[in-house]
Design a protein around this ligand. Structure first.
Ligand code: GUN
Length: 312
């Protein structure tokens, strides 16, 4: 059996198109035009590419996008001043500070300075806490993207066993909450987990988000498992060329899984699409608006502009 590849690029494209329709609806019904501020400190090449992609796709969806590039040696106070200005700016609905930040800046302090209602990354403790207790919240983009991909191939998540490998604040921890809310029995593992392969063999769905190239082997998988690979690792192929690989040994895993995401072209595009979705959610939430549905709902617990969210 060869697994069916889950086409994250196409699914993200459809989501971005639905966000663009919601942006148009928001303008037509409420005269609101969502604005996103993307802040990049320093000139890390990978971060620069991510930030450009985010800004470009926001603009394509009709979201007003502003980029703020700060030098690597900017002081924490200067960065906090910029965030204060963006918090106070009524034309800005979403604020994203690209991570990682340089070592002299306290990342936690910076993320906590962002107005939680403009926190389109869902990293502020206010949103983290509300997500954990089932209150409307802006949820992190990658876990929302993973949930969406899973739901394209699994119609009923209730009662399924899911192994999440990796316990980061950005992916593993919030994803475990979302999966639990969807009725899954979630095992939160990490690289150090003993007998990871044995745990993996019991899982109906495996999400690899450990940042370790090729960690999940083909013979770790139950036949017919759904495999979502969040890893993005740089590797050198047999011709000596640089390439991106995931946390899953893709060729082996494809022989056992029923569905699998490729790297690149799986989870990555979904993260950016949900940033756009969260920007619309934030615009709706902050203003206490209710937006009529233009597209089916994909995520359950988190704040969802398509359900019409009221400030709570
Ligand atoms: N760096 C890597 N992933 C992310 C993300 O999802 N958001 C931000 N702000 N920075 C990141």
């Amino acid at each position: 059996m060869n697994a069916i590849q889950i086409d994250g690029k196409a699914i993200a494209g459809a989501l971005r198109a639905s966000v663009a329709r919601d942006v148009a609806l928001l303008k037509a019904e409420c005269n609101v035009s969502p604005g996103l501020a993307v802040v990049l400190v320093g000139d890390d090449p990978a971060s620069s590419v991510y930030v450009k992609t985010k800004a470009k796709q926001a603009t394509a969806a009709g979201i007003r996008s502003q980029q703020f590039g700060l030098p690597n040696d900017v002081s924490e106070a200067e960065l906090l001043n910029l965030i204060d200005d963006l918090n106070a700016d009524d034309a800005i609905d979403g604020i994203l500070v690209q991570l990682p930040l340089p070592g002299h800046i306290n990342g936690g302090r910076v993320l906590e300075a962002i107005d939680p209602k403009k926190d389109v990354d869902g990293f502020h403790p206010y949103n983290v806490g509300r997500l954990a207790i089932g209150r409307p919240a802006l949820a992190p983009c990658t876990p929302l993207g993973v949930m969406h991909l899973i739901k394209t191939v699994v119609s009923d998540l209730n009662g399924l066993d899911v192994l999440v490998i990796g316990r980061s604040n950005i992916v593993g921890k919030p994803l475990a909450v979302l999966l639990g809310d969807a009725g899954c029995t979630v095992t939160a593992a990490q690289i150090q987990t003993r007998k990871l392969g044995e745990l993996c063999r019991k899982a109906d769905i495996v999400v690899a988000a450990a940042g370790c190239a090729g960690l999940v082997r083909g013979d770790w998988l139950k036949r017919g498992a759904v495999v979502i690979d969040v890893g993005i690792n740089r590797a050198i192929d047999s011709d000596g060329d640089a390439k991106l690989v995931g946390d899953v040994a893709f060729a082996e895993a494809s022989k056992r899984a029923s569905h699998i995401t490729p790297v690149p072209g799986g989870v990555g595009p979904m993260t950016v699409a949900y940033l756009l979705s969260n920007t619309v959610s934030a615009a709706v939430w902050r203003r206490g608006l209710s937006l009529k549905v233009s597209h089916p709902v994909h995520h359950i617990r988190p704040l969802n502009h398509r359900e019409g969210v009221r400030a709570g």
